[in-house]
Design a protein around this ligand. Structure first.
Ligand SMILES: [Zn+2]
Length: 306
């Protein structure tokens, strides 16, 4: 069984502030070690549950967050974003995805760093209903026949994910500063949390026959509400339908809908013919940069030093 461990960052154990998710900062360098520990726990759980292959797909921001030299040696690591065959690269053959360290959808009140796909939106709707990343990525993976069977993150993010993925196993993660800056007590919390990640991931893999690929029945109507009208104008190089700050498009299914969302956000029309070499160049650049030019970590008062 081939398990995909997909990693975001915001919902990781050990992370409580925004700077820990901002690429290139010393706090982020610390956040990377938190995420790597979470991912390793889920990987162990996947093998406990019966996986014989695990691929780790790094998805936050540039797609290079895990510290690869600290990652479980048994995994194949895929960093960065791809133009084909999917944004996540080659995902064919994956039987189940376990999604680590997720966050709440754009517009969720009181949530930690809530956004959907990219920080430029205040909300993304599909057929009129607010959509989070687990709705979009879950249904995109669903088009390939791949279920999402596990999520970890803060309460509200997990609640949102379970609304669409009711079969998934879940681990809830605190985002309170005191949880991570209280010395010995914090270390115990981290240790217990990661033990739970491992056990819950194993349970998800053992229960793979009960997991369902999420399918959203087309046609799908997407409304991307930008934070400002200026942003909407700037990003809408494809001349999708626009009313003030809302850009909309129709799609037969999630493959088409997600492809259009990615074009809107990442691929200006002029760059489209060069999207493959561009994606390759960006991956190479960020792989090098995040490996060799990373700052020293700043744990911000947490006893776990990374
Ligand atoms: Zn993220």
């Amino acid at each position: 069984m081939h398990i995909g461990v997909f990693a975001d960052l915001e919902g990781s154990f050990g992370i409580w502030r925004m700077r820990q998710c901002r690429t290139g900062t010393r706090e982020w360098q610390y956040g990377r070690s938190c995420l790597t520990a979470d991912v390793n726990s889920v990987v162990c759980g996947a093998f406990d549950g019966g996986a014989d292959r695990v691929t780790v797909k790094d998805t936050h921001d540039t797609g290079f967050n895990c510290l690869t030299d600290k990652l479980d040696r048994r995994v194949r690591y895929v960093g960065g974003h791809y133009a084909n065959p999917s944004l996540f690269g080659d995902i064919g053959g994956i039987d189940l995805v376990l999604y680590v360290a997720i966050h709440a959808a754009a517009g969720t009140p009181g949530a930690f760093f809530p956004h959907t796909h990219y920080g430029i939106f205040s909300e993304v709707r599909i057929n009129g209903a607010p959509a989070g990343e687990m709705d979009i990525y879950g249904a995109y993976l669903g088009e390939f026949g791949i279920p999402v069977g596990f999520v970890s993150g803060e309460d509200v993010a997990v609640d949102q994910a379970l609304r669409t993925l009711p079969w998934a196993k879940a681990v809830r993660v605190s985002k309170a500063k005191e949880t991570y800056t209280s010395g010995e007590k914090s270390l115990v919390y981290l240790e217990e949390g990661r033990r739970e990640l491992r056990a819950s991931a194993a349970e998800a893999v053992r229960g793979v026959s009960r997991m369902r690929p999420l399918r959203l029945k087309g046609p799908l109507r997407f409304d991307a509400v930008f934070r400002t009208e200026e942003l909407a104008i700037q990003f809408n190089t494809w001349n999708f339908e626009r009313r003030a700050e809302i850009v909309s498009w129709d799609a037969a299914d999630m493959l088409e809908g997600f492809e259009k969302l990615n074009r809107l956000v990442f691929i200006p029309k002029k760059a489209y013919p060069f999207r493959r070499p561009l994606a390759f160049a960006l991956r190479s650049w960020f792989r090098m940069k995040t490996r060799w030019f990373a700052p020293r970590p700043d744990s911000g008062g947490a006893p776990f030093s990374g």
